[in-house]
Design a binder for this molecule. Structure first.
Ligand code: HEC
Length: 125
């Protein structure tokens, strides 16, 4: 029993997973969460809708998708979109970027945010 626990902890450390910080996201469930975003956001490069294309999002500076008319608030936010910035943006966009024209209430469920992130990490490439 002790040995098994040691092996499990060792395996988690070896994989470099954050212990208890966030439950791992499930990309398949995240795809379903993304249905809430799809009305306004495409994942195709250069295809802007009500919101900017999310292609290439991870590592991109906020407010810089080509040919999209951002609000000045998003452009001036100084954010670079990392998973952690998205974790703080997605639950309440207006709190993170006051004045943003992304009129979306946010995703309040922390697990749904993780699932969505797991999906976006792949789907925005
Ligand atoms: C009602 C339309 C709408 C919905 C729904 C919506 N967004 Fe947005 N989103 C926008 C608009 C408009 C902007 C541009 C905001 C600005 O310029 O202030 C934006 C901006 C963003 C940005 C910043 C992009 C950049 O290039 O800096 C991210 C990230 C984002 N949205 C993710 C999401 C995700 C993920 C969802 C689903 C959970 C979502 N949005 C749902 C309209 C929407």
């Amino acid at each position: 029993m002790k040995l098994a626990t040691g092996i499990a902890v060792g395996a988690v450390l070896a994989l470099g997973m954050p212990i208890a910080a966030h439950a791992a996201g499930d990309a398949a469930r995240g795809k379903a969460v993304f249905l809430q975003c799809r009305a306004c956001h495409s994942l195709n490069a250069g295809q802007n809708g009500v919101g900017p294309s999310l292609h290439g999002l991870i590592g991109r500076k906020a407010g810089t998708a080509p040919d999209f008319a951002y609000s000045p608030f998003m452009k001036r936010s100084g954010i670079t979109w990392t998973p952690d910035e998205l974790r703080s943006y997605l639950p309440d966009p207006q709190a993170k970027v006051p004045g943003t024209k992304m009129t979306f209430v946010g995703i309040k469920d922390a697990q749904q945010v993780e699932d969505l992130l797991a999906y976006l990490m792949e789907a925005t490439k």
